[in-house]
Design a protein around this ligand. Structure first.
Ligand code: B12
Length: 227
């Protein structure tokens, strides 16, 4: 069995979706500590539909927080397992946590899992700024493994299918979304005000509610059962 087969087996058994991207040309989107790897494996786990659908209730918010924590733990375990497997075969590898935010107040991660998933052909970045897959919409959480092992993959970025839909823009309680489709050359602030979104989380926290929202995930027509 080749290393690629072993990686495939882990991903097929433990994730909802996974994909491979070639990242040599996208180093500018990574922090210095993560530069130098040639390939990435992105893994996604679906949040159960009942959790997303019950979001606008007190119990629903708690269940969402619980699911958020459980899925993040599972994703981090999978990328650690992939990291160990690849290193044991003599290649370098580095797992990137599901939800680590660099603590400098600018609201950025170390690398965008959504970018890797987009390059891997799993979905597009929507007007919601979420990665939307044709199968499950934005109802997945993601993590990434970087490596110098040649996964022999060709990038296949998916184009946006949001078109005239404005449901996430209208639903956002902090009015953070600007009704703008993703263009790689635009900065995040063109599409979305991350500070408005995060300030809304601060407000929820002050009311003793979980620091999460997820209404842009819930309202997206892609991945909804009725679709
Ligand atoms: C920081 C952060 C936040 C911040 C800022 C959010 C933001 N959108 O930037 C705050 C705290 C506000 C936040 C809020 C939320 N978050 Co958040 N967050 C992150 C985190 C840790 C980093 C995101 C980041 O760095 N953004 C910076 C911007 C600039 O990156 P970007 O838009 O993805 O893309 C840039 C580049 O990567 C590049 N690029 C991207 N794609 C491509 C493609 C090509 C071809 C090219 C050339 C370039 C390119 O261009 C862009 C430049 O503008 C990620 C986890 C991670 N490490 O990815 C989770 C993550 C994005 N969050 C997530 C979620 C679910 C949420 C919330 C719904 C909260 C919740 N759970 O209830 C809200 C929704 C906000 C929203 N609509 O975007 C999920 C999204 C899942 C999905 N289906 O997309 C992630 C991926 C976590 C995870 N492990 O699944 N989050």
């Amino acid at each position: 069995m080749t290393l690629k087969d072993k990686i495939d087996n882990i991903c097929i058994n433990m994730t909802t979706l996974h994909g491979y991207a070639s990242i040599e040309d996208y180093q500018q989107y990574m922090i210095d500590e993560l530069k130098g790897y040639s390939h990435a494996i992105v893994v996604g786990i679906k949040i159960p539909d009942n959790i997303i659908d019950n979001l606008e209730s007190a119990q629903g918010e708690l269940d969402y927080q619980d699911s958020y924590n459980r899925i993040n733990t599972k994703l981090n375990q999978i990328t650690s397992e992939l990291e160990n497997l690849i290193k044991n075969e003599g290649y370098s590898a580095k797992s990137v946590k599901a939800s680590y935010i660099i603590p400098d107040g600018k609201l950025y991660g170390e690398l965008s899992h959504k970018m890797i998933a987009n390059l891997a052909g799993l979905g597009w970045i929507g007007k919601s700024c979420l990665l939307i897959t044709p199968e499950y919409g934005p109802r997945l959480r993601w993590a990434t493994l970087l490596t110098d092992y040649d996964l022999k993959t060709e990038n296949n970025p998916v184009k946006s299918q949001c078109n005239n839909c404005r449901l996430c823009v209208e639903k956002c309680p902090s009015q953070a979304l600007n009704d703008v489709e993703f263009r790689p050359e635009d900065s995040r602030s063109v599409r979305y005000d991350a500070y408005k979104c995060s300030e809304y989380f601060d407000k929820l926290e002050k009311m003793n509610r979980p620091r999460l929202c997820g209404l842009c995930v819930k309202v997206c027509p892609w991945g909804k059962k009725s679709n």
